[in-house]
Design a protein around this ligand. Sequence first.
Ligand code: PLP
Length: 757
Amino acid sequence: MDIDLNQTLENIAEFYYGKRLKDCTDRELYYILLDLTKDLLKGVEEIKGDRRLYYISAEFLIGKLLSNNLLNLGLYAEVRDILKKNGKSLAAVEEYEPEPSLGNGGLGRLAACFLDSIATLELPGDGVGLNYHLGLFHQAFEDYKQKEYPDPWLSDNSWLTDTGKYFPVQFGDFSVDAHLYSIDVCGYTKKKNPLMLFDLDTVDESIVQSGIGFDKDDIRKNLTLFLYPDDSDDAGRLLRVYQQYFLVSAGAQMIIEDMKAAGYPLQEISRHAVIQINDTHPSMVIPELIRLLMENGLTLDEAIEQTKQTCAYTNHTILAEALEKWPMGFLEQVAPQLLPIIEELDKRAKERSDNPKTAIIDENGVVHMANMDIHFSKSTNGVAKIHTDILKDTELHDFYELYPEKFNNKTNGITFRRWLQACNPQLTDWIISKIGTGFLKNADELAKLLPFVKQPQALKQLAAIKQEKKEELAVFLKNRQGIELDTHSIFDIQVKRLHEYKRQQMNLLSAIHLYQEIRNGYKPEQKVTIIFGAKAAPAYILAKDIIHAILVFSQIVDSDPEVSKYMQVVMVENYDVTCAEKLIPAADISEQISLASKEASGTSNMKFMLNGAVTLGTDDGANVEIHDLVGDDNIFIFGTKSEDVIESYAKGDYHPQAVLEAEPEVNDIVNFLVGEEMMALGDPECLHRLHHDMTTKDWFMALRDLEAYMAERKKAYAAYADKDKWYAMALTNIAMAGYFSSDRTIEQYNKDIWKLK
Ligand SMILES: *Cc1c(COP(=O)(O)O)cnc(C)c1O
């Protein structure tokens, strides 16, 4: 940049606050930097082309934007140094940036990483989503339980820009106007794309009362309040359908407007637009686009064919409950104009195959969104090799037989700008000192680090960086939650949404076992800090019981002076991107222990690996590819294989009672959940419910893998004792992480599906 940044910042400080930079508060500095950065982004060149991607998604978990934007604008170091000269720190200033609450977990974070890579590769593409005012929810812990509160993040001064555009959306018996906002997404080569977010002016945050409760029927006031409103009743489910139709109708109108503005005939829309449907939430874009194309003069056949060639679908899960299906009655109420089109699509699908498993509308009049996506889009992809194989062989096998050419794999990735450069500048600088800057543009060059695995000096430097990141995390958690960490312990971290299939409960049981052993006189060589971070869906009772058990157990450990010499259990409140950026660089062990076949890919596994943590996990999702890359010696793998899990489900032959009878030790561990110590602090109802479920149902087979997990975990802790060997493992993981750059993922999407240039 050829501006005098220091002077510009002084000028803004003078203009807004009548102060010198050095006299501004951190909050004022944040607004000064926001102002400067937004202004600079305005001047950044927009990415253009004669074919454009629309990545449509219910979530974009973008995280704080200041550092990332400064980094991509090439100003990060300069701004940091200017602040430093004025006695300020960029990190402290960033504390005042609210994290945008536009996402939930992996799927939303993936969308955010993709936007960064799409812009960096200079591909023309918009993100298309909703502007939730209060996010998913803010998690607080009270009485060892999760409590949900609104998570307001919007203020007069945010990254949003008002485009001034409105699109009318017709619901059954009323209509609304979707108001379009945008956020600039600047790539690493200083060109930008927009994230387009629709909102509704009449939405009223004041209707939210007692936690996150509100009138679910008042659509004009509640439509864009929350991401994934509680769907445990019909009103909540209906609200989700309203949100989805609002997103796709406004989105499809925007796309058509773009096409018209560029002078492209809609008969050829598939030559100029591609819509990537991120999971099933935006599936109604298919019938809506068909409807709008027909309004614009295409015949039904033309509209269907063009839509099919324009849309592509990404599947993110094989969990049945996540493959959305809506009763026809819901669609009739929300968007009756779509019904004849969906019925037509269903008729054509049934002509293609009379297999009831591939029907769009089933015999109960329920619409299966994923089925519509697969029939009427040109591509269906899974998100890791094993996941795509399971889709083809098992879950979507009938579709695979119909359309083998549509199925393809795109293993997920993460943006190294955020997950290495911004969150771990120390490690970034160290890598540059060893192999130069080439890896910043070509992540595969990280493999040049491999020879350093044999250099003790290099490994010591790496260990020193890990220590520094642990200390930073300790300060962060002390400030945020008042927790004290022992930074000389092993940091063993599991952070991700709370779900039984991810098996936080198995981690807890293993920690309980360690506690029992220490109580019985075992003295571990090395202290361990087991850290959890996870939000549970508000209506997911068992997930909340697991959080409760973790929080109670954490207190039990803390209160025991003997045990707490050797272990600590921590649960981080309100796990979000900001938190992840602190936790992940500080980790020694990355817990990736899902029941094999259930985790489609995972992306935190990639973030941990890139930051020099060693994976302790099952052969599931992208762990399988991590395992292939680093080899048996640089990962800790255990547990039932996915084929065996799938077979067990098919046969229904897994019973936790059998494990409890065969393995008395497991029995002792599980019974701790309802033992005296837990009962003294915890809620008996929650703990008994969890215990009952684990001993009678255990749908995700935590007990089956518990012994194997505990043995492998001990192996990992023992390996940590040999520091040279440990950091050689850590460095091997960093060196092999290049494959997981989302730049690679996006190049593959572009080559196989989008064909943008
Ligand atoms: C990466 C990320 C996730 C996804 O984690 P998984 O372990 O892959 O499920 C979820 N939440 C946040 C905040 C993340 O950064």
